[in-house]
Design a binder for this molecule. Sequence first.
Ligand code: NAP
Length: 535
Amino acid sequence: MATCFWLRSCGAQRLGSTFPGCRLRPRAGGLVPASRPAPGPAQLRGYAGGLAGLSAALLRTDSFVGGRWLPAAATFPVQDPASGAALGMVADCGVREARAAVRAAYEAFCSWREVSAKERSSLLRKWYNLMIQNKDDLARIITAESGKPLKEAHGEILYSAFFLEWFSEEARRVYGDIIYTPAKDRRALVLKQPIGVAAVITPWNFPSAMITRKVGAALAAGCTVVVKPAEDTPFSALALAELASQAGIPSGVYNVIPCSRKNAKEVGEAICTDPLVSKISFTGSTTTGKILLHHAANSVKRVSMELGGLAPFIVFDSANVDQAVAGAMASKFRNTGQTCVCSNQFLVQRGIHDAFVKAFAEAMKKNLRVGNGFEEGTTQGPLINEKAVEKVEKQVNDAVSKGATIVTGGKRHQLGKNFFEPTLLCNVTQDMLCTHEETFGPLAPVIKFNTEEEAIAIANAADVGLAGYFYSQDPAQIWRVAEQLEVGMVGVNEGLISSVECPFGGVKQSGLGREGSKYGIDEYLELKYVCYGGL
Ligand code: NAP
């Protein structure tokens, strides 16, 4: 089935009238509801079962700043990674647009921080409801721009929407403290206040959820945001803007400035060094994270960094092989191996090694189907681009040249330049690239080990520590290993661990801070101590 559609700039009325009926009261800062121009026609060259019939209102190509859809002087193309077909041309924002977006966000912050938590909660809930109402269209946008199988895209939209729902609830549960000091005539109070404008930079592999995981928390806390989505996947961020506008999120609270990779460095620098920005929240590679940390250092901004991982997946002799294989399939091959928590290396104890490898290979052959993300039955879509394919190919070739054995897969897939065969390698050793470089593709390398100490030493040798998984039926071992693994998240006899209720984040060079859960909102709040004397 061909996968292409042509998306033209919606031609929506720009700088449109304000959205009537919003119950928010404007304050000194000029809080007004976001404008909601009538959408123009999006021209689609649809494919059966694909984007035909997709809501034109969601297919936005301009930036969204201060509640307005604004073009930029230039545009950049977005492509379907499965077919290479052009999806559309999107506003290529530069430093000027970035600064304007920060100003709009700052003006909105002066009002949004005064909006009651109950009202913020209710607006986030409306945004959530709209995501659920539009979930099928939103999922199709994800599959079109990222290549992710449609079923997974549906899963991402629910996961993404649940962050808005969760933080709509958390918005009303921000509490301070009263502290009794030795001085009888004083009371000490601790207030929690929104930090300010947050610069939000997100990757392409979860084009929707990586935005709402940050923005839900930020808006709930009373912060406003400027979002720079990845070049490959701006449509999801812009569709979210349309729904935010429909939900009545006030102008300037949620801003989106898409830009090409060519402009990412200077746009990133502009938003991350602007004195009106108080917080940088980034998800992406450790390399980019370090650049942004430098920006943050110069003006001492708060940061949240969700960076790369190198997740170990350890199978001990006592493990249940079927359970371990099911977990390995889930943790390795979701999004064709392109998630930060995907298992990167499989450490399998000598006694169970052969049974595990055999069952894993059989499961891969039986359950994985490479194809276009829109096709029924596809479990493995394309990688995001040819550079990603080259990285997997290089790791396979390096491992084989150093003695690894290909159990299944091992080469590019005949479907096209962005496809790679799901690959299982055994006889892998620690001198191979695939054991110390994040793969971000469908490659499962298996290292054989003898003792628990050895497995932990290999796992903890990494300079990153995001997720880690292990399979064991020995309770004492489970406690020992869970406590010793140097990661932020551990799956014990479980390969899928992400949930909005639980804290997501890493240690070492995998990042700083936590997202989701009851802790996520703290990333957007400052503590203020008030000493109330003379009592
Ligand atoms: P990336 O290259 O670091 O890009 C992420 C974002 O940063 C994109 O929007 C990118 O824009 C932008 N960017 C790149 N260089 C920049 C610069 N100098 N200044 C400002 N912004 C810049 O990461 P990626 O390859 O897209 O994403 C994959 C990585 O993300 C993996 O390492 C993965 O582990 C990590 N990740 C982590 C988590 C987590 O929660 N810990 C979740 C998902 C992904 P362009 O798109 O225009 O280049």
